[in-house]
Design a protein around this ligand. Sequence first.
Ligand SMILES: CC(C)(COP(=O)(O)OP(=O)(O)OC[C@H]1O[C@@H](n2cnc3c(N)ncnc32)[C@H](O)[C@@H]1OP(=O)(O)O)[C@@H](O)C(=O)NCCC(=O)NCCS
Length: 156
Amino acid sequence: MKPKWRLRPALESDAPELQRIERACFGEPWTLALLNEALRDPKYLLLCAQELAGVEPEGGSLLGYATAWSVLDEGQLDRLAVLPEQRRSGVGRALLAGILSKLQAAGAASVFLEVRASNAGALELYRRVGFVEAGRRKGYYENGEDALILRFEHAG
Ligand SMILES: CC(C)(COP(=O)(O)OP(=O)(O)OC[C@H]1O[C@@H](n2cnc3c(N)ncnc32)[C@H](O)[C@@H]1OP(=O)(O)O)[C@@H](O)C(=O)NCCC(=O)NCCS
C-alpha cells in the first residue's frame, strides 16, 4: 500500500499550519509567535507529518507535528500532536519515533516529557514506545491536574 503521508522537518513557512494543529489539539495552544521562535531556534527540532497529496514539492496539508530540544545528553519532548480526525493510524507513533531518533543523533541519551495524568491515549503511546514514569508534579496544570514526568533512555 502506498504511504499516505511522510515525515519531514518543519519549515518557517509551516507556522500557520502548526498553529492550526495546536489549536485543534491543545487547550492552551502555542501562539504563532512561540512557534516562529521555535522554528528559528537551532536548538529546536521540529518534525511534521505531511499528507502525500497535492503537487510536489508543496505536498498536502500537515496532519501532525512534534517538537523537542536537547542540551548536552538530555532531551525534552515539548509537543506531540495529531489532528483529531487523523488519529489512530500511526502518525503519532511515527512522529515520536522520528523525533526520538533526531534527539539521539543530537546526543540526547535521555529524553523527558510532561503529560497530564488524565491523558490516557498519550500515556499508552509513550508506554508502548518505552517511556517510564520518572516523577509527578502535583497540581502542575491550571486546573489542578498533576503532570507525570516520563523518561526514555536510548539504548547503548
Ligand atoms: C497522543 C496523540 C499524539 C496520538 O496520536 P495518534 O496518531 O493517534 O497515535 P497512533 O495512531 O500512532 O497510536 C499509536 C498507539 O498509541 C496508543 N494510543 C494512541 N491513542 C490512544 C488512545 N486515544 N487510547 C488508547 N491508546 C492510544 C495505542 O497503543 C496506539 O496503537 P493502536 O492504534 O495500534 O492501538 C494524539 O492523540 C494527540 O494529538 N492528542 C492530543 C495532543 C496530546 O495529548 N499530545 C500529547 C501531549 S504530551
